[in-house]
Ligand binder design. Structure first.
Ligand SMILES: CC(C)(COP(=O)(O)OP(=O)(O)OC[C@H]1O[C@@H](n2cnc3c(N)ncnc32)[C@H](O)[C@@H]1OP(=O)(O)O)[C@@H](O)C(=O)NCCC(=O)NCCS
Ligand SMILES: [Zn+2]
Length: 285
């Protein structure tokens, strides 16, 4: 299979409620055959069980992207570690860092330049999307947890513009979707700038985004959603300018990313990406 017809997007989800331990999650495979020692340290330091599930989803998504170029890829050979490339303290700070992919052993290849993986985890559901060649962010939010506060006056003022509130109306699901897409955008940028306002990212519904629409389909399939809603996220220059988008800086004042969201199994899953043509997509679960 040549490079041009290789899939560029893959999504994987892990339902956590069926598992009580890491062994349940990966059975019958042993922990050391899935997670490197470094990953085990990060997962133990992270948000408990969710972090293991998020890394597992990320490995499966990367394996799926690589599938046609690498035979017999073992999950332990696909290592997911925090990237400190853009961290002013080189990782010494306690804030979250974007995940990076390190390939070992039998994979035998470096991951294609520009390839990325993005991870999100809620107590019951973890999801990851791997791509080769475009900055991307995924975010999952459990509806029951958000329901109590996202409809409040304070949340309305802090999170959403008048236009977003008009679009959301009484729908809690839409508010959660708008927040998920804002969080996706932060993951694309890779950092939350000082003094950032959640209103620096504005979500609007939109038509599907041409070929890159397959990102949305891939995520909806992996998440088990029936319907996908397309969006645009407008990023204020204040959010984008200090850091660039992905690893490239933008010269424009503001920036738009394509997005989509779906509701599934008591969660809302958002995905946003810097729109480029995508030749194919695959999903695993
Ligand atoms: C991105 C963010 C909005 C999502 O938070 P959340 O909804 O609580 O968490 P989610 O479950 O959706 O996602 C968690 C995963 O996002 C990824 N992540 C964390 N920080 C990230 C960042 N800055 N960019 C991209 N991805 C990030 C990680 O893979 C993390 O999982 P892990 O810690 O188990 O590896 C929040 O983490 C944030 O604001 N991060 C920015 C922090 C920052 O400015 N860091 C700069 C350090 S120099
Ligand atoms: Zn840092």
């Amino acid at each position: 299979m040549n490079r041009t017809s290789r899939p560029l997007v893959a999504c994987s989800s892990v339902e956590i409620h069926r598992a009580r331990t890491v062994d349940d999650l990966i059975s019958p495979v042993a922990v050391d055959d899935v997670f490197t020692a470094r990953e085990q340290r990060f997962a133990r330091a992270g948000r408990g069980f969710e972090s293991w599930a998020g890394r597992l989803a990320a490995k499966r998504a990367v394996a799926s992207v690589l599938e046609r170029t690498v035979d017999g890829t073992r999950l332990v050979d696909i290592e997911i570690v925090p990237s400190h490339v853009h961290c002013p303290t080189k990782g010494a700070c306690s804030r979250g860092h974007p995940p990076d992919v390190v390939l070992h052993g039998r994979t035998g290849i470096r991951h294609p330049s520009g390839s990325v993986v993005t991870i999100s985890h809620a107590p019951e559901l973890a999801i990851a999307v791997a791509t080769t060649g475009m900055p991307i962010g995924v975010d999952v939010i459990e509806l029951a947890r958000a329901r109590n506060w996202i409809g409040s006056e304070v949340a309305s003022r802090r999170l959403f513009s008048e236009r977003e509130l008009a679009w959301c109306g009484e729908s809690i699901e839409r508010r959660v979707a708008a927040l998920a897409l804002k969080e996706c955008s932060i993951k694309i940028v890779g950092r939350r700038p000082p003094k950032m306002s959640w209103r620096d990212a504005t979500v609007t519904p939109s038509r599907p985004h041409g070929p890159a629409d397959s990102v949305a389909t891939s995520v909806a399939q992996a998440a088990g959603a029936q319907e996908v809603h397309h969006s645009l996220v407008h990023l204020d220059g204040r959010l984008v300018r200090p850091f660039g988008v992905g690893h490239a800086t933008t010269r424009t004042e503001d920036f738009r990313v394509a997005g989509a969201w779906c509701a599934t199994k008591g969660h809302v899953v958002g995905v946003a990406w810097v729109a480029l043509a995508v030749s194919a997509a695959r999903s695993t679960s």
